[in-house]
Structures are given as structure tokens and as C-alpha cells.
Design a binder for this molecule. Structure first.
Ligand SMILES: O=C(CO)COP(=O)(O)O
Length: 228
């Protein structure tokens, strides 16, 4: 199994490049890069496709979960169903799928109850502080204006990353950063700011050669020699 830290969480979003057969190939690539380099990579495919990524030697997180108990909630996503589909964790409150604070709290509680790793996204240091009170496993600071921009948050706005890390005093909660991350240099800069890893999408999903992009991403933090 993968090394413990740091973690690279790859959000497939709803890009066609990470859907269907291409999506499965991307997960295999991530698995190979992880095995070869020893860097922990987590894949977040689209929910309807989750089963196609089940039982592979890589962790699968969902992109969203709803704060619901089993029953009549048509169209919602039940934490238990994520587990059935092979997920071991989930993103919560992504910038493209926001939820009110009380719902975030309930999602984190349900994740804890069902043994799912919770990754709560936050757009500001204030939001980081607010959601830290819910004690998720991870908080990912992602300034919306840099998402999909190709401009890495770890270099464009190191202060928001550093301040987010400092705002979380609970040693059990790990801070990640995301938005515009695409190179090994960006990842190294993120770790140097005190994060435990990154959350990214387009830098790999939309790359001409996603496997090469993955190798580059982990190249400066890999415990094993990168040959890809
Ligand atoms: O929203 C993000 C990851 O969840 C960041 O997206 P990009 O890596 O495409 O900027």
C-alpha cells in the first residue's frame, strides 16, 4: 500500500477526459505512478462511475456526499452508498458544490460514523477556521479564482496557504491546498508551506499526457526514484 504522507488527491470533476474508459485508464495510471514512486494518490471519479474504479489498488474518494440518513431522499448521495460503491472518503463543500455550514458539519459526522475520510474544501482562512471546528480529516484551502487557472495557489498566494495551516491548531486535521497545481514544483511549494498535500484536477486530467503529468507532479517528493 502507498506511503502515508503526503497525499495527492486527483479530482476528476465532470471533465470528459476523465470519464468512461479514459477515466478508468487515468485511475490505472495513477495506480502505477503511486506504486512506482511511493507517493499516495487518491482518485475522485464521477459518482455514477464509481463502481468501475472499485477493487483497484488505489483509494477512491467521492466528489460529494449529502448529509442524509437512509430513507426518502431521491437524487441525494447517501454515505453508506459511497462505501458500497468502493469509496473510502469524500470531498465535501467543493467550490463547485457548496453547502451551508450545518450541512458540512453533518456530512463530517456521518463520514466519521461510517469510516469515510472527510476532505472539506474552504475558500478562505475564515472558512478554514469555521470548518476546523467540525474536525474533518482534511481541510483543503482552494481560492475559487485560481481554480482551473493553471496559476498555482502555492506560488500565487502562499499567504492564504500558510495562514490556513496556522489557523488549524488541531494536530489531527491535515491541511491541503488546491487550485492551479500542475507541476512537481507546485507540490513541493505546497508542502514547504506546511500542507500535507494537494487537491488538483485540470493539471492532470486535461494534460496531453496525464501519466507524464502525474510523474512530474510527484517527482520532487517521491521516496522512490521516478523513472517515468
Ligand atoms: O478544484 C480543484 C480541485 O478540486 C482545483 O482544480 P484545478 O486543479 O483544475 O485548478
Amino acid at each position: 500500500m502507498p506511503a502515508k504522507e503526503p497525499v495527492i488527491i486527483l479530482n476528476y470533476k465532470t471533465y470528459t477526459e476523465s470519464m468512461g474508459e479514459q477515466g478508468r485508464k487515468l485511475t490505472w495510471m495513477a495506480m502505477e505512478v503511486m506504486k512506482e514512486t511511493g507517493v499516495r494518490i487518491v482518485a475522485c471519479p464521477q459518482l455514477p462511475e464509481m463502481y468501475h474504479h472499485k477493487n483497484l489498488d488505489i483509494e477512491i474518494f467521492a466528489q460529494h456526499v449529502d448529509p442524509i440518513e437512509p430513507g426518502g431522499h431521491t437524487g441525494h448521495i447517501l454515505p453508506e452508498a459511497l462505501k458500497c460503491a468502493g469509496a473510502t472518503g469524500t470531498l465535501i463543500n467543493h467550490s463547485e458544490d457548496r453547502m451551508p455550514a450545518d450541512q458540512i458539519r453533518k456530512c463530517v459526522e456521518l463520514c466519521r460514523k461510517h469510516g469515510l475520510t472527510s476532505v472539506v474544501c474552504a475558500e478562505s482562512v475564515e472558512k478554514v477556521k469555521e470548518v476546523a471546528a467540525f474536525k474533518p480529516d482534511y481541510i483543503a484551502i482552494e481560492p475559487p479564482e485560481l481554480i482551473g487557472s493553471g496559476i498555482p495557489v502555492s506560488k500565487a498566494n502562499p499567504d492564504i496557504v500558510r495562514n490556513s495551516v496556522n489557523a488549524v491548531t488541531d494536530p489531527e486535521i491535515k491541511v491541503l491546498c488546491g487550485a492551479g497545481i500542475s507541476t512537481g514544483d507546485d507540490v513541493k511549494a505546497a508542502l514547504a508551506l506546511g500542507t500535507h498535500g494537494v487537491l488538483l484536477a485540470s493539471g492532470v486530467v486535461k494534460a496531453k499526457d496525464p501519466k507524464k503529468a502525474l510523474y512530474d507532479l510527484v517527482s520532487l517528493i517521491a521516496p522512490k526514484t521516478v523513472t517515468g
